[in-house]
Structures are given as structure tokens and as C-alpha cells.
Design a protein around this ligand. Structure first.
Ligand code: PLP
Length: 395
């Protein structure tokens, strides 16, 4: 591969990036400009659900790009309609608004809930959200998020969010008042380190919402689109959200998100919501390729089987090295290292050609392509074992 030198000077520094410059991806594999090959268990942050440059998305792109890339959101286009149908036919919701990022979809969800509150709950606008939750990086979605590091940043942020502890039903019940319009949460807190909502909590929220007339807003941006082994994570819990947001995996790697809602909640009127690139035909065509692949018979069964295999292997490692629990569902998994070794492990793994993420100092997260093979899982586990041997400190 051509050897290029980069100075990196022109980009704003928004994170500490390693010096590798990635130039090519295929399936579970990435290559940098020096020709080094990496097994990718990050996949664009649970974005490339079919792996890097999947054929279905390439074909859809090529076909759609030569037909029509973009005609204003003021007009219908064919892929926009077909993708919305695929989402409504395969979910509990009837209406879709397309967005370009998860944060934008969540902003839309908050707007929709507030408008609904104006019409149906005497102007109620407050939304109860969870400590350590993550909903995006606009000022409003930062305010909705429960990241302690963000509290002092960019003040004043949007008011109207009340934080409670995840899985603490009593705290939610006590936080409800006449200004409350809804409860917003992730079925599995991804960025926080893969913490699952309990069945009991979900059922409690459903009963509380019903009793008080509140909306349930599920942020399925990380958990949706097959990530947990079901098309949407709410299917694990027997709870139907009134509003759900999708992003990450929906476009199979390209910027596509969606605000999805029950018909009864959809109170937007013309002029209330929009966006220049929203629902453009090129990007929604990629979404169709993703949805058609995921809804093929057996696809999600295979995801669940490979997930069980990966969980079993991680649990074996945990036992061997006396680590903590393996958390999560499907292809959204975390390993508790029980010591602050994740940064060292992530860096060492990368040097050994494996990309994994450390969402907490003591936690590793795994978000491979849904199409990852058991042979690739084996290879990941082998490298991970070497990495753990070198980065864990005996206590
Ligand atoms: C990634 C993520 C978002 C934000 O999505 P962007 O596309 O980065 O704006 C919101 N909520 C959850 C749960 C996420 O994982």
C-alpha cells in the first residue's frame, strides 16, 4: 500500500487518536496506510452492522447513486418511502422521520414529546432520564445524558431533564410530577459500559407510564438494528415504546438515523420538524439494504448463536484470569476487568492488530459486525488473552 505521511495539523483535536490512518476495510478487517491489518471489534462504534464495505450496501449505493442521490426533503423519494415501510412493518411503531445522526433523532424525540405534552398534558415538558445515560452531543441531548463530566460543559444547557438511577423504580416514581411528559432511556446503556435495564424495571416503567399517562422514549441508537440479537432491544422486554430512536447500524456505516413513533403520539404538523439532508434517497437506500439483510430468515438467529459463542469464550477468559462479569446482549458485550487496565489493554490490543474499546477504566467493550464469524471470534479471543496477560496486574 502507498506510504503516506500526515501532519494531522488541520483537524480540531476532539479526541486522542492513535497515529494509524485507516485506508481500507472489508468485513471484520481494517488496514492502515502502512499496510497493517486489524481485526475490528469496534466497527465504527457499533455502526457497521454488516462489517466494512458490505456487498449489499455497495450494490444499493451504486444503483441508487446512478438513479437519484438527493431531491429536497420537500419531495417524496422512492427509497425514503420503502425504508420507512420496512421499519414500521418490522416494529411496534407506525411513523418514521429520518435524521442524519443519533443526536438529531433524539432531539426530534424530545421535540415530539414536548409537543405531545403541550397538546395532551397541560404543557408538561420534563423528561426523566438516567444517570450515566448517553443520548448525543447537541446541547439538548447532552442535557438529557447523564454523564457527570458534561455537567459543567457549555452551560447553560437545555433545561427540562431530571436524572434518576438506572433500575431504581422508586426514584422514577418519585421524580414524576405534573410537569413530567415522559421517561427516556437506553435498553442497554452502551457508552456507560454496557449496563442492562432489568426486566423488572422495564415492566415497572410500563405500568408507571400507563398509570400516569407518560410517554416511554427508548433510545435504541446503539441497541437497535439487530445489535442485541433481536431487531430492536425492546423485543426482549415485552414493552413497546411510544417513541424510539435509531441510528448507528441503520445505515450500515453511512450517516442515517430515525425517529420512530406510535401513530397516536405523532403530533408534528408541517413546519414543526425538518432538515436538508433528511431522508435523501442515497442514504436511505443503504438503510434498505441493511433492513432487508437483517430481516432475512435466520440472520438474527446466527447473530444470537455467534453471540453465545463469544460470551462463552469471554466467560472462560474471565474465569481463567479471575475477572468480573460479562455483560450485555447479542453483539453488544462488555468484560469487567476488575481493575483499571482497559486503556493499557486497548492500546496493546491495537499494537497486536485488534481494535476493542474501553468505555470505563475497568471495562472492555466488544461491538463486532453482526456478521462476524466464529473463526474471527477465536482469533480475537487469542489476541485478547495475550493482551490480558500483559496488561493485568496480579493483586
Ligand atoms: C451513539 C449514540 C447516540 C448519538 O448518536 P450520534 O449519531 O453520535 O449523534 C445517542 N444515543 C445512543 C444510545 C448512542 O449510542
Amino acid at each position: 500500500m502507498e506510504d503516506k505521511k500526515y501532519a494531522f495539523d488541520s483537524l480540531m483535536k476532539i479526541t486522542d487518536r492513535p497515529s494509524a490512518v485507516f485506508v481500507k476495510g472489508q468485513g471484520s478487517w481494517l488496514w492502515d496506510q502502512e499496510g497493517n491489518k486489524y481485526l475490528d471489534f469496534i466497527q465504527g462504534w457499533a455502526v457497521n452492522c454488516l462489517g466494512h464495505s458490505p456487498q449489499a450496501v455497495l450494490d444499493a449505493f451504486q444503483k441508487q447513486a446512478s438513479l437519484l442521490i438527493n431531491c429536497s426533503p420537500a419531495f417524496y423519494n422512492d427509497p425514503m418511502i420503502r425504508l420507512a415501510d420496512l421499519i414500521t412493518q418490522n416494529s411496534c411503531c407506525e411513523k418514521v422521520f429520518f435524521a442524519n445522526s443519533g443526536a438529531e433523532a433524539n432531539e426530534g424525540a424530545i421535540k415530539l414529546a414536548r409537543k405531545w405534552g403541550q397538546l395532551n398534558r397541560n404543557g408538561a415538558y420534563e423528561i426523566i432520564t438516567m444517570d450515566h445515560g448517553f443520548h448525543g452531543r447537541t446541547l439538548t441531548t447532552m442535557a438529557a445524558s447523564g454523564k457527570a463530566e458534561w455537567e459543567a460543559l457549555y452551560e447553560p444547557k437545555t433545561p427540562g431533564f431530571k436524572k434518576v438511577t438506572l433500575n431504581d423504580l422508586k426514584a422514577v416514581t418519585e421524580a414524576v410530577n405534573e410537569k413530567t411528559v415522559g421517561i427516556m432511556l437506553e435498553p442497554i446503556q452502551g457508552e456507560a459500559g454496557v449496563y442492562e435495564v432489568t426486566d423488572e424495571f422495564m415492566k415497572g416503567l410500563r405500568d408507571l407510564a400507563k398509570k400516569e399517562g407518560l410517554l416511554i422514549i427508548l433510545d435504541e441508537i446503539q441497541t437497535g438494528i439487530g445489535r442485541t440479537g433481536r431487531l430492536f432491544a425492546y423485543e426482549h422486554y415485552g414493552l413497546e415504546p411510544d417513541i424510539m430512536t435509531l441510528g448507528k447500524g441503520l445505515g450500515g456505516g453511512v450517516p442515517l438515523a430515525a425517529l420512530v413513533a406510535k401513530e397516536a403520539v405523532c403530533c408534528f404538523e408541517p413546519g414543526d420538524q425538518g432538515g436538508t439532508f433528511n431522508g435523501n434517497s442515497l442514504i436511505t437506500a443503504a438503510g434498505i439494504a441493511v433492513m432487508e439483510t437483517l430481516t432475512q430468515p435466520g440472520f438474527l438467529d446466527t447473530v444470537s448463536k455467534t453471540s453465545s459463542y463469544l460470551v462463552q469464550k469471554l466467560e472462560a477468559l474471565s474465569e481463567k484470569y479471575r475477572l468480573g462479569e460479562v455483560r450485555g446482549k447479542g453483539m453488544l458485550l462488555a468484560l469487567d476487568l476488575k481493575q483499571a487496565a482497559s486503556k493499557k489493554a486497548v492500546d496493546l490490543a491495537r499494537e497486536k492488530g485488534l481494535l476493542i474499546n474501553g468505555p470505563r477504566p475497568d471495562t472492555l467493550r466488544f461491538m463486532p459486525a453482526l456478521t462476524v464469524s466464529t473463526a474471527e471470534v477465536d482469533e480475537m479471543i487469542d489476541t485478547l488473552e495475550d493482551v490480558l496477560k500483559a496488561s493485568l496486574v496480579d493483586e
